[in-house]
Write a protein that binds this ligand. Structure first.
Ligand code: FPP
Length: 224
């Protein structure tokens, strides 16, 4: 049985769900947040150590301003209301991506990271204003600047995920099969699950089924 140490998720389909059910993309994001909370609970139950969630890509700035503001407000309220609970559950909160939001959100993100930095039951990494190509270019620039050899080990030191093991499995909901500039280096050997359901409809049964399927796979990392 493969142990599951790190699950990464592209939470796709909020907009479509919201439009279909409530004629509003924002409603989809709100429902998506409820799914986030359920999946965090289930990740803890499964004793998984790392959960990485793609919440906002560098490309998502192309969306209407009102939708972007709504998403960040949701995140703000989530942190204000839930960070103490996460802290009590020994969960560490970490952000990857560039923190160039409002001062209020930037501070809240930093405070949440600081408050939970010593926790070790589960690390939740939120990819926010994150783009993998940008992360890689920056890492290569650092290798060059510091005259380091171009090796995998050296490159990893400059990735934002430097202290996080690579994901064992990637789940993308929303019936779309692409990586969308997410963890391109780190996913090199991950198992990938494309889920037809939209993120707000994804539930603990679906999640546990994927985890159980993953545990049965023979991973040989290029060997036989
Ligand atoms: C992709 O769906 C989802 C996002 C860009 C945002 C993810 C946000 C959440 C799950 C809720 C908030 C989470 C936190 C942690 C505050 P989409 O809007 O691209 O869906 P579509 O493909 O149907 O348009």
């Amino acid at each position: 049985m493969n142990p599951v140490n790190h699950v990464a998720i592209i939470m796709d389909g909020n907009g479509r769900w919201g439009l279909k059910k409530k004629n509003s993309r924002k409603a989809g994001h709100k429902a998506g947040l409820t799914t986030v909370e359920k999946i965090i609970k289930e990740t803890v139950k499964n004793n998984i150590k790392y959960l990485t969630l793609y919440a906002f890509s560098t490309e998502n700035w192309k969306r209407p301003k009102t939708e972007i503001n709504y998403l960040f407000k949701l995140l703000e309220n989530f942190l204000i209301n839930k960070i103490d609970e996460l802290n009590k559950q020994n969960i560490k909160f970490k952000v990857i991506g560039v923190k160039n939001f409002t001062n209020k959100l930037n501070n809240l993100l930093r405070l949440s990271e600081k408050k939970t930095s010593k926790n070790n039951k589960l690390q939740i990494t939120l990819a926010l204003n994150y783009g993998s190509k940008y992360e890689l270019i920056k890492a290569f620039k650092n290798l060059k600047k510091n005259k380091n050899k171009f090796t995998e080990k050296n490159l990893k030191k400059y990735l934002q995920t430097k202290n996080i093991p690579d994901p064992d499995l990637l789940i993308r909901t929303g019936n779309t099969r692409r990586l969308s500039n997410f963890l391109l280096w780190q996913l090199a050997y991950s198992e990938i699950y494309f889920e037809k359901k939209l993120w707000p409809d994804f539930n603990k049964k679906d999640y546990n089924k994927i985890i159980q399927d993953y545990k049965k796979i023979k991973r040989n990392f290029g060997s036989v």
